[in-house]
Design a protein around this ligand. Structure first.
Ligand SMILES: NC(=O)c1ccc[n+]([C@@H]2O[C@H](COP(=O)([O-])OP(=O)(O)OC[C@H]3O[C@@H](n4cnc5c(N)ncnc54)[C@H](OP(=O)(O)O)[C@@H]3O)[C@@H](O)[C@H]2O)c1
Length: 333
C-alpha cells in the first residue's frame, strides 16, 4: 500500500511517499480502508523528534493519528464491527499511521462514523474531540454554570472544545486573532479576546477551568485567571510526574518531568489551583459518546482545508504554519 512517513527524525525532513506492506492484523483489530485522515500538530512534533521522550518511536514510521474509512476485514475476536461499517478512530499510540491506504486498529479504539458527516468531516474529529472530552469531562468535570477559558479557540482543539463546553452549560472565554473572532463566536464563545491586542490575564477573573494549549508564558499567566480551587489543565506541557507514571515511563523520564513541571506546580499550589498535564488517549467508547453530539448538531466539524493524498506534505506544512482555522484533512480515497 502507499503511505507517507519518515525514515529518520528531523525538522527539515519531509514525509516520504513509499510502498509498504499492508498492515498486519491482530485478533481484535479491524482493517480500515482509509478514506480520509486528519492532520494534527502531533504528527509534526513526532516527525521533528520532539516527542521521543514520551513516544519513543523507531523510524521508519508512518504518520497520521485520525482516520475515517470503511471496515474491509475483521479479526477473529472482533464483535462490534462488520465488513462495510463506516467508522472513525484515533488509533492508539504505537499503532498510528493513518497517512496510508489501510490501517488496522483495535476495535476498542473505533466507533461508527456519525451518520451526518462525510468521511472528510469525520476524519477531522477523533484526536481533537477526544482531547476536549478528556480535558473538560474526564479531568475538569466541567459543570453547568462554571467558567472555562479555552485558549486558541480557532484551532483544532479550540473549535471542538468551545462547542463541547457550551453543550455542558459552561460560560466560555477564548483567545484568537481578529480574523477568527466571528468563527469562535459562531461556535458559542461568550468572551472573545484578541490576543494580539489584549491581555487575557487582565480581563478574565475567577475562572473554574483553563485549557492551556500555548507556551509557558501563557501557562503562567493562566494561573492569574483561575479562582482558588480552580483547575489548570495543559495539553502543551510541561509533562508532570503523574503523567510519567501513567505512561509507565522509566525512572529517569519521571525525574525529568518532575523538574520540568516543578515551577508551575509550586506556583499553582500557592494559589490553591491544581495543575495537571494531559496527553489524550485513544478511546472508541468516548468517541461513541461524542457521535450523538455531532448527530444532534450540538457539535459541528470545522474544517479549514482539504488536501489530496499526494499533497500530504503540504497539509502538514499548513498545520505547522499555526494558522489553521479548525482542522486540516487529507482525502485519501
Ligand atoms: N496533549 C494532548 O493530548 C494534545 C492534543 C491535541 C493538541 N495538543 C497540542 O495543543 C496545541 C494546539 O493544538 P491544535 O490542534 O488546536 O492547534 P492548531 O489547530 O494548529 O492551532 C492553530 C490555531 O491557533 C491559533 N493561535 C496561534 N497562536 C495563538 C495564541 N498565541 N493565542 C491564541 N490563539 C493562537 C491560531 O489562530 P490565529 O491564526 O488567529 O492566531 C490558529 O487558529 C498544540 O501544541 C498541540 O500539539 C495536545
Amino acid at each position: 500500500m502507499k503511505a507517507f512517513g519518515i525514515k529518520r527524525y528531523g525538522k527539515k525532513v519531509a514525509l516520504q511517499a513509499a510502498e509498504i506492506p499492508d498492515p498486519e492484523m491482530r485478533n481484535d483489530d479491524v482493517l480500515i480502508q482509509v478514506h480520509a485522515a486528519g492532520v494534527n500538530v502531533l504528527d509534526s512534533k513526532i516527525k521533528n523528534g520532539e516527542f521521543k521522550l514520551i513516544l519513543p518511536y523507531k523510524p521508519p514510521l508512518t504518520l497520521g493519528h485520525d482516520v475515517a474509512g470503511i471496515v474491509i476485514k475483521t479479526g477473529a475476536r472482533v464483535r462490534q464491527f462488520k465488513v462495510g461499517d463506516e467508522v472513525y478512530a484515533r488509533p492508539a499510540d504505537h499503532r498510528i499511521g493513518t497517512f496510508a491506504e489501510f490501517i488496522s486498529v483495535s476495535e476498542k479504539d473505533v466507533a461508527l462514523k456519525p451518520n451526518n458527516l462525510t468521511m472528510v468531516e469525520a476524519a477531522s474529529i477523533p484526536l481533537v474531540g477526544l482531547t476536549a472530552w478528556q480535558v473538560l469531562i474526564e479531568k475538569a468535570h466541567l459543570q453547568i454554570g462554571q467558567k472555562v477559558f479555552i485558549q486558541a479557540g480557532s484551532g483544532g482543539v479550540g473549535t471542538f472544545a468551545i462547542q463541547l463546553a457550551k453543550h455542558l452549560g459552561a460560560t466560555v472565554a477564548t483567545t484568537t486573532s481578529a480574523a477568527n473572532i466571528n468563527l469562535v463566536k459562531s461556535l458559542g464563545a461568550d468572551v472573545v479576546i484578541d490576543y494580539k491586542k489584549e491581555h487575557f490575564e487582565t480581563i478574565l477573573h475567577d475562572y473554574d477551568v483553563v485549557l492551556n494549549s500555548q507556551d509557558n508564558k501563557t501557562l503562567e499567566k493562566s494561573l492569574r485567571v483561575l479562582k482558588p480551587g480552580g483547575k489548570l489543565i495543559s495539553i502543551s506541557g510541561p509533562p508532570d510526574p503523574e503523567f510519567a507514571v501513567e505512561i509507565k515511563a522509566p525512572w529517569f523520564v519521571k525525574q525529568v518531568m518532575r523538574v520540568l513541571s516543578l515551577g508551575t506546580k509550586r506556583k499553582a499550589k500557592r494559589r490553591d489551583i491544581s495543575f495537571s498535564f494531559l496527553f489524550m488517549k485513544a478511546s472508541g467508547s468516548q468517541l461513541r459518546q461524542i457521535t450523538p453530539l455531532i448527530e444532534s448538531g450540538a457539535i459541528r466539524p470545522v474544517i479549514d482545508k482539504v488536501f489530496p493524498f499526494a499533497s500530504t506534505n503540504d497539509a502538514l506544512a499548513y498545520v505547522e504554519s499555526g494558522r489553521a482555522k479548525g482542522k486540516v484533512v487529507i482525502k485519501v480515497l
